[in-house]
Design a protein around this ligand. Structure first.
Ligand code: FAD
Length: 402
């Protein structure tokens, strides 16, 4: 007996895959999610959920769950040498959600999972072959030794993150660039004395220090650490000591520095697929575009990929013969998402450049330029850019009331 053909198989139960499966399920589409991990990823990566993503997730109920656990960030400030040199107000951009919601990524994923069909965990997709009318996936279930089984679908969406991108290569093409910048990061459970609801970016001639609110008075600290990429980051104790020194030296806040007990290191990459669709094979999320976390937009890009893809895909799957608009809608989706990913990658590249060390003279000039821009219309533009107000999915898959 030949296996059942699902309408859609989503590969990967990260935020992008869970969001897409939930949105398709709500529209009555038969969708299955395959996830190679046995359990949900516990680590905290993305903490910022931006207004367009909050709007897009609202109809499913995920936004309510996220907001119940989130710290709200209505403003951000840039500081240097103990002085505030600029401010951006996310609460003045006319969005329905006038703040960035900060929650650990695991909370966002749990909120999405509550509205999606349960993922088939422990199922690794090892290959995808396109066949007339759909695709055949080769799947290895954990505990089944080296035996692969086959699954068939009319559409396959790869949402398998950067590590699963190989499933769509070379079919969708890739443009990749490695950065040498390395960062240190820690999430503090408590950080008394920090400005409430305020993201603080400290520009320093030795490199940037970022400090973001977390739920229940916590704080995420990220500091530029060197130009060795993800390599040469030293032992855990060395990393924590370097982060303590960076916090104390750049912010002048010795008490905050003393709270740092551990630190992780990460490097950054920029990888953009040239296409996000070929026939019945699509890629979304980090599988399609990996941008530096120093813009804090990677997960949000994936959520907007998913939220805007679901209605277009549902229409395409149900199209009558001769409904060429369904095909055009998918083509528009691809164009818009590629453009949004390129814009996010450019912003992340700018942030990365602003956060590098520089000579005291160049640093003074940069601070003066930022101060001048923040006093004019630049502050409003920056607030929109940093909350993804220019993403082409803002106001479509999830409408941002303006
Ligand atoms: C330190 C750090 C901080 C960050 N901060 C932010 C932030 O503040 N804001 C933000 O927007 N983004 C941030 N990001 C980026 C964000 O974490 C990613 O963009 C996001 O996780 C991508 O989601 P995804 O669903 O596309 O992929 P992933 O989260 O990588 O999920 C992919 C899933 O697919 C599964 N998978 C992989 N291969 C297979 C296979 N062959 N078969 C079956 N399953 C498979 C994986 O196990 C995984 O569960 C940060 C990243 C880092 C590293």
């Amino acid at each position: 007996m030949s296996p059942a053909v699902h309408d859609v198989v989503v590969v990967g139960a990260g935020p992008a895959g869970l969001c897409l499966a939930g949105e398709l399920g709500r529209r009555g589409i038969d969708v299955v999610i395959l996830e190679r991990r046995g359990d949900a990823e516990p680590g905290t990566r993305a903490i910022g959920v931006h207004p367009p993503a909050l709007a897009a997730l609202e109809p499913s109920g995920a936004t309510e769950r996220i907001l119940a656990a989130a710290a709200r960030i209505p403003r951000g400030i840039a500081r240097s040498s103990g002085r505030t040199i600029g401010e951006v107000r996310f609460d003045r951009i006319g969005s329905r959600f006038p703040f960035v919601a900060a929650v650990p990524q695991a909370v966002t994923e749990a909120a999405l999972e509550a509205t999606a069909p349960p993922p088939d965990r422990g199922s690794e997709v090892r290959g995808i072959a396109e066949v007339p009318g759909g695709a055949v996936l080769r799947v290895r279930a954990s505990g089944c030794g080296a035996r692969d089984t086959e699954m068939r679908a009319r559409i396959v969406v790869v949402a398998a993150g950067a590590s699963g991108r190989s499933l769509v290569l070379p079919r969708l093409g890739l443009h990749a660039r490695d950065y040498t910048d390395r960062y240190l990061m820690t999430d503090l459970p408590h950080a008394p004395g920090q400005p409430e609801g305020t993201a603080v970016v400290t520009l320093d001639a030795a490199g940037v220090l970022e400090s973001f609110p977390l739920p229940r008075g916590g704080r995420r600290l990220v500091a530029w650490d060197g130009a060795g990429g993800g390599r040469d980051a030293g032992t855990g104790a060395h990393r924590a000591e370097r982060l303590r020194r960076a916090v104390a030296g750049r912010s002048g806040d010795a008490a905050l520095a003393e709270l740092v007990g551990t630190a992780t290191a990460f490097g950054i990459r920029r990888s953009l697929l040239r296409r996000m669709r070929r026939g019945r094979l699509l890629a979304i999320g980090d599988a399609a575009h990996e941008v530096s976390p120093i813009g804090g937009q990677g997960m949000n890009l994936g959520l907007l990929d998913a939220a805007t893809l679901a209605p277009a895909l549902a229409r395409w799957l149900r199209r009558d013969e001769g409904d060429s608009e369904a095909e055009r809608e998918l083509a528009r989706w691809e164009r818009d998402r590629l453009a949004s990913a390129r814009a996010a990658a450019r912003l992340a590249g700018l942030n990365t450049a602003l956060g590098r060390p520089r000579s005291p003279r160049a640093h003074a000039a940069l601070c003066a330029a930022i101060g001048a821009a923040a006093r004019g219309p630049g502050a409003r533009l920056a607030a929109r850019a940093y909350t993804m107000g220019f993403d082409r999915g803002a106001g479509r898959g999830g409408r941002c009331a303006r």
